[in-house]
Design a protein around this ligand. Structure first.
Ligand code: DX5
Ligand code: ZN
Length: 222
């Protein structure tokens, strides 16, 4: 089978005092994308980084920067992250008053657009907008913190989103975020994911290349 899998380390678990070096190291270790978690202490109970940090890491790599916006409201920040070098931007439908408008805005800014579904968010929010999306990001933990346990019922959700994507006939990526480890990545892939965010599993291990290689080796059997 020749499915393309992407591994997107979440910088949330990186050493923020050495972020440029962490970015270079993890890309050298085999990362495909860099996942940047933006939290606002309003939509989620944590506070992380803004466009300034995206701009600061941009010169350190040519790998795509995948900005996961956990902020409310969303729209004002989209052009700022695009200018700061983001390649992909995703947002939560609960955080936008006008989901269709936000998707269009992300694309107008020249980025790939993704919608993020929390574990308990109904798939009905994809009903009309799925064909407009470049990717769907399914949360397999509640957003706000790294290092949480994968919620098993989200596997069924991954399967359902996969079949909805397949029904569109479009190449819409299916990214999964939260609790992804070397020992569960295969079942997540078999459920239909093609892109894997992993924070603590990669940055929590000393040897990034070893962990990413172990994930790819596991995916080869998916
Ligand atoms: C949680 C974030 C995740 C988080 C994943 O709100 O969206 O990207 O960093 O961390 P791990 O891989 O440790 O669950
Ligand atoms: Zn994330």
């Amino acid at each position: 089978m020749s499915r393309t899998f992407r591994i997107a380390p979440s910088l949330l678990s990186a050493d923020f005092a050495r972020l440029g070096e962490e970015v270079r190291d993890v890309v050298d270790a085999g990362a495909d994308w860099l996942h940047l978690d933006v939290m606002d202490n309003h939509y989620v109970p944590n506070l992380t980084v803004g466009p300034l940090v995206c701009q600061a890491i941009r010169p350190h790599t040519s790998a795509p920067i995948d900005v996961h916006l956990m902020v409310k409201p969303v729209d004002r920040l989209v052009p700022d992250f695009a200018k700061a070098g983001a390649n992909l931007i995703s947002f939560h439908p609960e955080a936008s008053e006008h989901v269709d408008r936000t998707i269009a805005l992300i694309k107008e800014c020249g980025c790939k657009a993704g919608l993020v579904l929390n574990p308990a968010t109904s798939l009905s929010c994809l009903d009309f907008v799925l064909p407009q999306l470049d990717f769907v990001l399914l949360m397999s933990v509640n957003p706000g913190f790294g290092g949480q346990k994968f919620i098993p019922y989200t596997l069924e959700k991954i399967r359902q989103v996969r079949s909805r994507i397949d029904a569109t006939g479009r190449d819409i990526w299916l990214e999964v975020d939260g609790g992804v480890k070397t020992d569960n990545i295969v079942e997540i892939a078999r459920a239909g994911a093609d892109t894997f965010v992993a924070g603590s599993a990669i940055f929590g291990a000393g040897d990034y290349a070893h962990t990413i290689a172990a994930m790819r080796a596991a995916l080869a059997g998916a």
